[in-house]
Design a protein around this ligand. Structure first.
Ligand SMILES: *Cc1c(COP(=O)(O)O)cnc(C)c1O
Length: 414
């Protein structure tokens, strides 16, 4: 049977669910409360029937966005949050308890790493491992391990975990496997294909694309049997076990913790998602061309980009992501080039944190996102002082290459 592609599905998703006044987009619903003509109906929604009550638990607008994300990730359901961090926090704090153990890749987004420190303070055991090596992940498993966590392309070092091996390991051990798909987006990779139980996306990045809204999501792939999971509270053990995990994340993580995505940003994210696949192609082709150019430039000591044949996990990236390698790269400047002076000479590339934007962005990683963790942990993570994180945008390729070239030429020691 014919199966529509990602872009077709996103473009027609709202219209297929329900047309309001012929609108092709789901209209924005900023109402905080939803009324019922019949008190029994109101009670039924509180007791689990699909519907809306108070917008802390979602609106028709977030519902429409969640349906798109579920299609994109080939999952069974999704919950949206006010940011990617709110989404990760909701999962970890609602599915893990004091005394449980989590194995995480040590190459994770700085704020995620900091959050895991907070959870450790609350009594959840955390092991950071080099997840590019499955033996290290396996060796870290304990009888109380409940979850394994990794990103697809690690930010900013671009290490690629053994995502497939981790999927097999988690299935063997009945452990929840959560994958942060932000860096690849469902346009390059669907973590379900390697056995992920839960998929997290920061919607603020490639999925929105426009740098105009924050959001995050959790998708349940339907692969994990939650009837095996000890931490599901009694009220959420109803209906098919495939839905239990997400129900608990939604009730405890969204309703109780309140990191809800508002209707307006949800709508903006949904509009951005329509062009995700088009943008990703351009991010990837620009980044590959720029990585090759920078690698050959005498002003650059090292380029970290999975599309380069010399990247330690190049073959794995090719297999997992279909020969596309994303828009994120790290560069280390040659001896004698000051990273601040070089960055100040860039004219098109913006000096900013954030990534996945249509515009190219550069950030001195050691002095910003990795500043707080100190020199020792930076050394362990391989972040040298001249490390610059680049999020390659969709500008015209020749203009980007020209911008880097002029800034490097002017910064070379003479
Ligand atoms: C940005 C990012 C997050 C957090 O998402 P926000 O929407 O900014 O909260 C999580 N993981 C990765 C890999 C990210 O790049």
């Amino acid at each position: 049977m014919h199966k529509n592609g990602l872009t077709t599905e996103i473009l027609h998703s709202d219209r297929k669910q329900s047309v309001e006044h012929g609108a092709v987009h789901k209209p924005m619903h900023p109402s905080s409360q939803y009324i019922y003509e019949d008190a029994r109906e109101l009670a039924a929604v509180f007791q689990g029937k699909a519907g809306y009550t108070y917008s802390r638990q979602g609106t028709p607008t977030t519902g429409a966005l969640e349906a798109k994300i579920t299609l994109m990730e080939d999952g069974v359901g999704s919950v949206s949050f006010a940011s990617g961090m709110a989404a990760i926090t909701a999962v970890l704090t609602t599915l893990l308890k004091r005394g449980d153990h989590l194995v995480s890749s040590k190459y994770v987004f700085g704020n995620t790493s900091s959050l895991l420190g907070t959870l450790a303070d609350l009594g959840i055991e955390i092991s950071f491992v080099d997840a590019t090596d499955i033996d290290q992940v396996r060796a870290a498993l304990r009888p109380n391990t409940r979850m394994v966590f990794a990103e697809t392309i690690a930010n900013p070092g671009t290490q690629i975990a053994d995502l497939k091996g981790m999927g097999e390991l988690c299935r063997e051990h009945g452990v929840v496997y959560m994958v942060d798909n932000t860096m690849t987006s469902p346009s390059l990779f669907r973590p379900r294909e390697v056995g992920a139980s839960l998929v997290m996306n920061s919607l603020s990045k490639y999925i929105a694309g426009h740098g105009h809204a924050l959001g995050g999501s959790i998708t349940d792939t339907g692969l994990y049997d939650w009837s095996d999971y000890p931490n599901i509270a009694e009220p959420y053990r109803k209906g098919q076990p495939t839905g239990w995990g997400l129900l608990q994340i939604k009730k405890k993580g969204l309703r109780d913790m309140g990191g809800t995505l508002a209707a307006e940003p949800a709508h903006r994210i949904a509009i951005g998602a329509e062009t995700l696949a088009l943008r990703m192609e351009r991010h990837c082709s620009n980044a590959l061309a720029l990585a090759r150019f920078l690698q050959a430039h005498r002003g650059v000591a090292k380029v970290h980009y999975p599309g380069l044949a010399g990247h330690a996990q190049h073959a794995r990236a090719t297999e997992l992501f279909g020969g596309r390698y994303g828009g994120l790269m790290g560069i280390e400047l040659a001896e004698g080039i000051d990273c601040f002076d070089f960055m100040n000479r860039l004219r098109i590339v913006l000096l900013a944190t954030h990534l996945g934007d249509t515009r190219s962005l550069a950030l001195p990683a050691a002095h910003t996102i990795y500043y707080e963790m100190g020199p020792e942990r930076r050394r362990q993570m391989g972040i040298v002082d001249s490390f610059i994180r680049l999020s390659v945008g969709i500008e015209d390729q020749a203009d980007l290459i020209h911008d880097f070239d002029q800034a490097l030429q002017a910064s070379m020691p003479r």
